[in-house]
Ligand binder design. Structure first.
Ligand SMILES: Cc1cc2nc3c(=O)[nH]c(=O)nc-3n(C[C@H](O)[C@H](O)[C@H](O)COP(=O)(O)O)c2cc1C
Length: 313
């Protein structure tokens, strides 16, 4: 069963990996993308905003729909919906540390409750023809490291792939990701394991694959404003040198294309508001960008945003 087209996978990121972002990532060669996390309950109640996150029809490349929830019946309905929407894989979010999510027994809270986790994965796997994956963390906290146990349960309950982010839920995004836990999971299950955490340079991926034996790598924050990380990672994994760093003109061209896609898919009002953070990520580190950032934060239209970028030239 083919789960990804190559070993470089885009992480699901709420508020980031929408249709426009996925289109950019696919253009740069990514082997699998994910939606933002989608509430299974929201799907169950037919919430319009929730369902819009599953607007993936006609997208190029492989797309995992990531859902979060903890009630078997609702997970089953959400899984079938993801299949109808055109996803190529269904992922169960078992790593989100946000209290708003975990207080409802969703996300990383599933790792604290292995029997509930088992119910959720079984419900998903038995309700859809799609391969099911789970995205887990190292554990809930330093005194509850159970990624290996959880991974074995996932495999037993029908999961076809496991992504491991090498931090505990309690750590959030702080500290360094522990890749050794990825290696432990790799040696404990017979399904592909995807390694995740702290890949910011192309050679980090090569090191993670070598150190852990994972089947593929998942890139998150490193791609924000920097889809070239996908292209360069692919080059390095093929044994080539990374491509030349993008010049200012190329950065602006890609950023404006991305922002244009946000406007196309969400309309100018929402699109430009959501584009502001992306615009700032694209110009990070460019000399003279501080003044432009302030203007970007106030831009209302595509034209105004384009003018902000022109100020950097
Ligand atoms: C802005 C943001 C949003 C995220 N949203 C999700 C999400 O919806 N689902 C999920 O499983 N992980 C989410 N994550 C976690 C990432 O998928 C990834 O596991 C984490 O960032 C570690 O990878 P990195 O070090 O490459 O960034 C999010 C991370 C960030 C920074």
């Amino acid at each position: 069963m083919k789960l990804f087209d190559n070993k470089v996978i885009l992480a699901p990121m709420a508020g980031v990996t929408d249709k426009a972002f996925r289109e950019v990532a696919v253009k740069f060669g990514v082997g699998l993308t994910f939606t933002e996390m989608v509430s299974a309950k929201g799907i169950y109640y037919n919430d319009k905003k929730t369902k819009s996150l599953l607007d993936i029809k006609d997208e190029k490349g492989r797309i995992g729909a990531q859902i979060f929830g903890h009630e078997a019946q609702i997970i089953s309905i959400a899984a079938r919906c993801a299949e109808e929407c055109g996803a190529t894989l269904l992922d169960i979010n078992s790593g989100c540390p946000t209290p708003k999510v975990t207080k409802n027994n969703d996300g990383a809270a599933l790792m604290k409750n292995p029997s509930l986790f088992a119910e959720v994965v079984s419900a998903a796997a038995s309700s859809t023809k799609l391969p099911v994956s789970v995205k887990i963390r190292k554990g809930w906290s330093d005194d509850n490291i159970n990624a290996v146990e959880i991974a074995k349960i996932a495999e037993r309950c029908g999961a076809s792939m496991i992504t491991v982010h090498g931090r505990t839920a309690a750590a959030g995004y702080s500290g360094k990701a522990d890749w050794s836990i990825i290696k432990k999971v790799v040696s404990s299950v017979n399904i592909p394991v995807v390694g995740n955490g702290d890949i910011f340079k192309p050679h980090h991926s090569k090191a993670m694959l070598k150190e852990t034996g994972c089947a593929a790598v998942m890139l998150g924050r490193g791609v924000l404003g920097n889809p070239w990380l996908i292209r360069d990672t692919l080059f390095v994994l093929e044994g080539k040198e990374p491509g030349p760093p993008p010049g200012l003109h190329e950065k602006i061209e890609v950023a404006l294309w991305h922002i244009g896609l946000l406007v196309k898919y969400k309309g100018e009002y929402i699109g430009i508001r959501e584009a502001r953070k992306h615009a700032m990520w694209y110009i990070k580190g460019i000399p003279g960008s501080a003044r432009v950032r302030n203007l970007m934060a106030k831009a209302q239209t595509y034209e105004e945003m384009a003018k902000c970028f022109e100020l950097l030239l």
